[in-house]
Write a protein that binds this ligand. Structure first.
Ligand SMILES: [Mg+2]
Length: 154
């Protein structure tokens, strides 16, 4: 069982001596459905992850610009700006880049390729089991942690 993530304070007050690899991962869930938001947040909290929420692509972009995330769970179907466009926009930002995991209810053939083409790294189709959500987040948090510690020792 994973230890509960420590609460995250703003970047300016972060303990730099602890190194970037030990900071809790910053995770954003972009999801327009309030029930899906609640369920997803609860599943990830129980697994020890703290997450922030955004309800559409514009909110997602604004949140990432304010303080870049390590990982974004990106619902593809959202109002205002969908997950495909939000991902393309994020990939064009001159900011630290998050891992982006597409979450989509669209079972169309080629959907996975469409997500990857928009700049997303991985794919989770709805409906998913709690274990599948935890597994994909755990996987990408570990990948990001490896990248960060490699960068800090470079
Ligand atoms: Mg949606």
């Amino acid at each position: 069982m994973r230890q509960p993530a420590r609460s995250f304070s703003s970047g300016s007050s972060r303990d730099v001596s602890a190194g970037p690899a030990s900071a809790p991962p910053r995770i954003l869930m972009a999801e327009d459905n309030a029930i899906n938001q609640r369920v997803g947040k609860l599943i990830l909290q129980r697994a020890g992850f703290l997450i922030d929420l955004a309800a559409d692509g514009v909110e997602t972009l604004d949140a990432h610009k304010k303080q870049p995330y390590d990982l974004i769970l990106m619902d593809c179907q959202m109002p205002v700006m969908d997950g495909f466009e939000a991902s393309r926009e994020i990939r064009n930002l001159p900011l630290p880049q998050p891992a982006i995991i597409a979450v989509t209810a669209n079972a169309l053939v080629g959907e996975r390729e469409r997500c990857l083409k928009a700049g997303m790294d991985d794919y989770l189709s709805k409906p998913f089991q709690a274990e599948q959500l935890v597994a994909v987040v755990t996987k990408w948090v570990a990948i990001r942690k490896g990248e960060k510690s490699a960068a800090s020792t470079a």
